[in-house]
Design a protein. Sequence first.
Length: 259
Amino acid sequence: MIKEDKNTEPKSKDTKKTPIIEIKDLRKTFGKDNEVLKGVNLSVNKGEDLVILGRSGSGKSVTIKCIVGLIEPDQGEITVFGENVLNLPKNQLNEIRVKIGFLFQSGALYDSMSVRENLAFTLKAHKRELSEEEVQTEVVEALESVGLADAIDKMPSELSGGMRKRIGLARTLILKPEIILYDEPTTGLDTITSREISELILDIKNKQKTSSIIITHDMACAKMTADRIMVLKDGVIHAEGTYEELEKDEDEWVRSFFE
Protein backbone atom coordinates (compact mmCIF):
# COMPACT_ATOMS: atom_id res chain seq x y z
CA MET A 1 0.00 0.00 0.00
CA ILE A 2 1.13 3.56 -0.69
CA LYS A 3 0.14 6.17 1.82
CA GLU A 4 -0.53 9.61 0.39
CA ASP A 5 2.28 11.35 2.26
CA LYS A 6 5.03 8.98 1.10
CA ASN A 7 7.27 9.34 -1.92
CA THR A 8 7.58 6.08 -3.79
CA GLU A 9 9.50 5.00 -6.84
CA PRO A 10 7.36 4.51 -9.96
CA LYS A 11 6.65 0.91 -10.82
CA SER A 12 7.19 1.35 -14.55
CA LYS A 13 8.44 3.83 -17.10
CA ASP A 14 4.84 4.81 -17.91
CA THR A 15 4.38 6.43 -14.50
CA LYS A 16 7.20 8.89 -15.31
CA LYS A 17 5.09 10.49 -18.01
CA THR A 18 2.95 13.55 -17.36
CA PRO A 19 -0.41 12.34 -15.97
CA ILE A 20 -3.42 12.76 -18.26
CA ILE A 21 -5.42 13.77 -15.15
CA GLU A 22 -3.91 15.32 -12.03
CA ILE A 23 -5.84 16.56 -9.01
CA LYS A 24 -4.20 18.57 -6.23
CA ASP A 25 -5.70 19.57 -2.86
CA LEU A 26 -9.31 19.22 -4.05
CA ARG A 27 -11.77 20.43 -1.43
CA LYS A 28 -15.57 20.60 -1.41
CA THR A 29 -18.04 21.41 1.35
CA PHE A 30 -21.82 21.19 0.97
CA GLY A 31 -23.89 23.44 3.18
CA LYS A 32 -22.25 24.86 6.29
CA ASP A 33 -20.34 21.91 7.66
CA ASN A 34 -20.58 18.86 5.34
CA GLU A 35 -16.94 18.81 4.26
CA VAL A 36 -16.79 15.92 1.78
CA LEU A 37 -13.42 16.45 0.11
CA LYS A 38 -10.63 17.62 2.43
CA GLY A 39 -7.64 17.76 0.11
CA VAL A 40 -7.80 14.95 -2.45
CA ASN A 41 -4.64 14.34 -4.48
CA LEU A 42 -4.58 11.82 -7.31
CA SER A 43 -3.29 11.27 -10.82
CA VAL A 44 -4.15 9.05 -13.77
CA ASN A 45 -1.54 8.11 -16.35
CA LYS A 46 -2.29 7.72 -20.04
CA GLY A 47 -3.76 4.29 -20.76
CA GLU A 48 -4.42 3.56 -17.07
CA ASP A 49 -7.62 2.42 -15.37
CA LEU A 50 -7.73 3.87 -11.85
CA VAL A 51 -10.39 2.51 -9.47
CA ILE A 52 -11.51 4.64 -6.52
CA LEU A 53 -13.01 2.85 -3.52
CA GLY A 54 -14.68 4.33 -0.47
CA ARG A 55 -17.73 4.09 1.74
CA SER A 56 -20.98 5.70 0.61
CA GLY A 57 -20.79 9.47 0.92
CA SER A 58 -17.00 9.53 0.95
CA GLY A 59 -16.81 11.82 -2.09
CA LYS A 60 -15.95 9.40 -4.89
CA SER A 61 -18.61 10.64 -7.31
CA VAL A 62 -18.08 14.25 -6.22
CA THR A 63 -14.44 13.94 -7.26
CA ILE A 64 -15.12 12.84 -10.83
CA LYS A 65 -18.00 15.30 -11.24
CA CYS A 66 -15.57 18.09 -10.39
CA ILE A 67 -13.36 16.96 -13.28
CA VAL A 68 -16.07 17.69 -15.88
CA GLY A 69 -17.54 20.73 -14.15
CA LEU A 70 -20.78 19.14 -12.92
CA ILE A 71 -19.73 20.24 -9.42
CA GLU A 72 -17.56 23.27 -8.68
CA PRO A 73 -14.92 22.63 -5.99
CA ASP A 74 -14.14 25.15 -3.27
CA GLN A 75 -10.39 24.81 -3.68
CA GLY A 76 -7.75 22.88 -5.59
CA GLU A 77 -6.38 22.22 -9.06
CA ILE A 78 -7.66 19.83 -11.69
CA THR A 79 -5.32 19.42 -14.65
CA VAL A 80 -6.57 17.51 -17.69
CA PHE A 81 -4.46 17.17 -20.85
CA GLY A 82 -2.05 19.63 -19.23
CA GLU A 83 -4.69 22.34 -18.68
CA ASN A 84 -6.08 23.50 -15.33
CA VAL A 85 -9.77 23.11 -16.19
CA LEU A 86 -10.91 25.26 -13.28
CA ASN A 87 -9.33 28.34 -14.89
CA LEU A 88 -10.36 27.80 -18.50
CA PRO A 89 -12.88 29.96 -20.38
CA LYS A 90 -16.08 28.16 -21.31
CA ASN A 91 -15.20 27.52 -24.96
CA GLN A 92 -11.87 25.87 -24.06
CA LEU A 93 -13.50 23.87 -21.28
CA ASN A 94 -16.11 22.55 -23.73
CA GLU A 95 -13.33 21.41 -26.08
CA ILE A 96 -11.83 19.34 -23.28
CA ARG A 97 -15.21 17.99 -22.16
CA VAL A 98 -15.76 16.47 -25.62
CA LYS A 99 -12.65 14.35 -25.01
CA ILE A 100 -14.04 13.07 -21.70
CA GLY A 101 -16.81 10.48 -21.59
CA PHE A 102 -18.94 10.20 -18.44
CA LEU A 103 -21.00 7.07 -17.79
CA PHE A 104 -23.66 7.86 -15.18
CA GLN A 105 -25.04 5.21 -12.82
CA SER A 106 -28.38 5.13 -14.61
CA GLY A 107 -27.02 5.35 -18.15
CA ALA A 108 -28.90 8.69 -18.38
CA LEU A 109 -30.74 7.95 -21.63
CA TYR A 110 -33.52 10.17 -22.94
CA ASP A 111 -36.65 8.08 -22.39
CA SER A 112 -38.59 9.77 -25.20
CA MET A 113 -35.95 8.88 -27.80
CA SER A 114 -35.09 5.54 -29.37
CA VAL A 115 -31.60 4.12 -28.95
CA ARG A 116 -30.74 5.38 -32.44
CA GLU A 117 -32.02 8.87 -31.62
CA ASN A 118 -30.18 8.96 -28.27
CA LEU A 119 -26.83 8.32 -29.92
CA ALA A 120 -27.49 10.50 -32.97
CA PHE A 121 -28.55 13.42 -30.77
CA THR A 122 -25.24 13.33 -28.89
CA LEU A 123 -23.19 13.08 -32.08
CA LYS A 124 -25.02 15.86 -33.91
CA ALA A 125 -24.63 18.20 -30.94
CA HIS A 126 -20.85 17.99 -31.13
CA LYS A 127 -20.10 17.14 -34.78
CA ARG A 128 -22.48 19.21 -36.84
CA GLU A 129 -20.38 18.81 -39.98
CA LEU A 130 -21.37 15.14 -40.36
CA SER A 131 -23.94 14.12 -42.95
CA GLU A 132 -26.98 12.09 -41.88
CA GLU A 133 -25.46 9.01 -43.49
CA GLU A 134 -22.22 9.51 -41.57
CA VAL A 135 -24.17 9.97 -38.32
CA GLN A 136 -26.04 6.71 -38.85
CA THR A 137 -22.80 4.87 -39.64
CA GLU A 138 -21.24 6.16 -36.41
CA VAL A 139 -24.33 5.15 -34.44
CA VAL A 140 -24.20 1.58 -35.75
CA GLU A 141 -20.46 1.30 -35.07
CA ALA A 142 -20.88 2.55 -31.50
CA LEU A 143 -23.63 0.03 -30.83
CA GLU A 144 -21.59 -2.77 -32.38
CA SER A 145 -18.74 -1.91 -30.02
CA VAL A 146 -20.98 -2.77 -27.04
CA GLY A 147 -22.67 -5.73 -28.74
CA LEU A 148 -26.12 -4.15 -29.10
CA ALA A 149 -26.55 -3.22 -32.76
CA ASP A 150 -29.85 -5.13 -32.81
CA ALA A 151 -31.31 -2.75 -30.17
CA ILE A 152 -30.94 0.31 -32.39
CA ASP A 153 -34.67 1.03 -32.74
CA LYS A 154 -35.75 0.03 -29.24
CA MET A 155 -36.91 2.54 -26.64
CA PRO A 156 -35.06 2.77 -23.30
CA SER A 157 -38.13 1.36 -21.51
CA GLU A 158 -37.69 -1.86 -23.50
CA LEU A 159 -34.14 -2.40 -22.28
CA SER A 160 -32.85 -4.28 -19.25
CA GLY A 161 -30.59 -2.53 -16.73
CA GLY A 162 -27.50 -4.08 -18.28
CA MET A 163 -28.59 -3.06 -21.77
CA ARG A 164 -29.19 0.52 -20.63
CA LYS A 165 -25.66 0.61 -19.22
CA ARG A 166 -24.27 -0.67 -22.53
CA ILE A 167 -26.27 1.85 -24.55
CA GLY A 168 -25.14 4.63 -22.21
CA LEU A 169 -21.58 3.50 -22.81
CA ALA A 170 -22.13 3.43 -26.59
CA ARG A 171 -23.40 7.01 -26.40
CA THR A 172 -20.25 7.93 -24.51
CA LEU A 173 -18.01 6.12 -27.01
CA ILE A 174 -19.57 7.72 -30.06
CA LEU A 175 -17.52 10.88 -29.48
CA LYS A 176 -14.35 8.77 -29.23
CA PRO A 177 -13.23 10.15 -25.84
CA GLU A 178 -9.66 9.81 -24.62
CA ILE A 179 -10.81 9.66 -20.98
CA ILE A 180 -13.85 7.84 -19.57
CA LEU A 181 -15.22 8.43 -16.07
CA TYR A 182 -17.34 5.50 -14.87
CA ASP A 183 -19.71 6.20 -11.96
CA GLU A 184 -20.71 2.81 -10.46
CA PRO A 185 -20.86 1.04 -13.86
CA THR A 186 -22.10 -2.28 -12.43
CA THR A 187 -24.41 -1.10 -9.65
CA GLY A 188 -27.82 -2.78 -9.62
CA LEU A 189 -26.77 -5.50 -12.04
CA ASP A 190 -26.63 -9.26 -11.51
CA THR A 191 -23.26 -11.01 -11.22
CA ILE A 192 -23.11 -12.20 -14.84
CA THR A 193 -24.10 -8.83 -16.32
CA SER A 194 -21.67 -7.03 -13.98
CA ARG A 195 -18.86 -9.22 -15.27
CA GLU A 196 -19.87 -8.48 -18.86
CA ILE A 197 -19.72 -4.72 -18.18
CA SER A 198 -16.30 -5.11 -16.51
CA GLU A 199 -15.04 -7.08 -19.51
CA LEU A 200 -16.40 -4.36 -21.79
CA ILE A 201 -14.49 -1.69 -19.83
CA LEU A 202 -11.29 -3.67 -20.39
CA ASP A 203 -12.09 -4.22 -24.06
CA ILE A 204 -12.65 -0.49 -24.60
CA LYS A 205 -9.35 0.34 -22.90
CA ASN A 206 -7.43 -2.14 -25.04
CA LYS A 207 -9.06 -1.24 -28.36
CA GLN A 208 -9.50 2.51 -27.98
CA LYS A 209 -6.53 3.22 -25.68
CA THR A 210 -8.66 5.15 -23.19
CA SER A 211 -7.67 6.28 -19.70
CA SER A 212 -10.31 5.88 -17.00
CA ILE A 213 -11.41 6.53 -13.45
CA ILE A 214 -13.83 3.88 -12.22
CA ILE A 215 -15.94 4.53 -9.12
CA THR A 216 -17.26 1.24 -7.78
CA HIS A 217 -18.36 -0.77 -4.76
CA ASP A 218 -18.10 -3.96 -6.84
CA MET A 219 -14.86 -5.63 -5.84
CA ALA A 220 -15.07 -8.13 -8.70
CA CYS A 221 -15.19 -5.17 -11.09
CA ALA A 222 -12.28 -3.52 -9.25
CA LYS A 223 -10.17 -6.67 -9.43
CA MET A 224 -10.83 -7.14 -13.13
CA THR A 225 -10.38 -3.55 -14.32
CA ALA A 226 -7.94 -1.77 -11.98
CA ASP A 227 -4.36 -1.07 -12.88
CA ARG A 228 -4.25 0.82 -9.60
CA ILE A 229 -6.67 1.42 -6.72
CA MET A 230 -7.06 4.44 -4.45
CA VAL A 231 -9.15 4.35 -1.28
CA LEU A 232 -10.93 7.49 -0.05
CA LYS A 233 -11.41 7.94 3.68
CA ASP A 234 -12.34 11.08 5.63
CA GLY A 235 -12.07 13.26 2.54
CA VAL A 236 -8.53 12.29 1.47
CA ILE A 237 -6.79 9.44 -0.32
CA HIS A 238 -6.03 7.04 2.53
CA ALA A 239 -4.31 4.24 0.62
CA GLU A 240 -3.08 3.38 -2.85
CA GLY A 241 -1.81 0.24 -4.55
CA THR A 242 -2.71 -2.72 -6.70
CA TYR A 243 -5.62 -5.01 -5.81
CA GLU A 244 -3.19 -7.64 -4.56
CA GLU A 245 -1.27 -5.15 -2.41
CA LEU A 246 -4.33 -3.65 -0.76
CA GLU A 247 -6.10 -6.93 0.03
CA LYS A 248 -3.05 -7.86 2.14
CA ASP A 249 -2.58 -4.41 3.65
CA GLU A 250 -1.74 -4.03 7.33
CA ASP A 251 -4.57 -1.49 7.70
CA GLU A 252 -7.65 -3.42 8.83
CA TRP A 253 -10.00 -0.75 7.45
CA VAL A 254 -8.46 -1.03 3.98
CA ARG A 255 -8.59 -4.84 4.08
CA SER A 256 -12.29 -4.71 4.96
CA PHE A 257 -13.10 -3.80 1.35
CA PHE A 258 -11.58 -7.06 0.15
CA GLU A 259 -13.24 -9.46 2.58
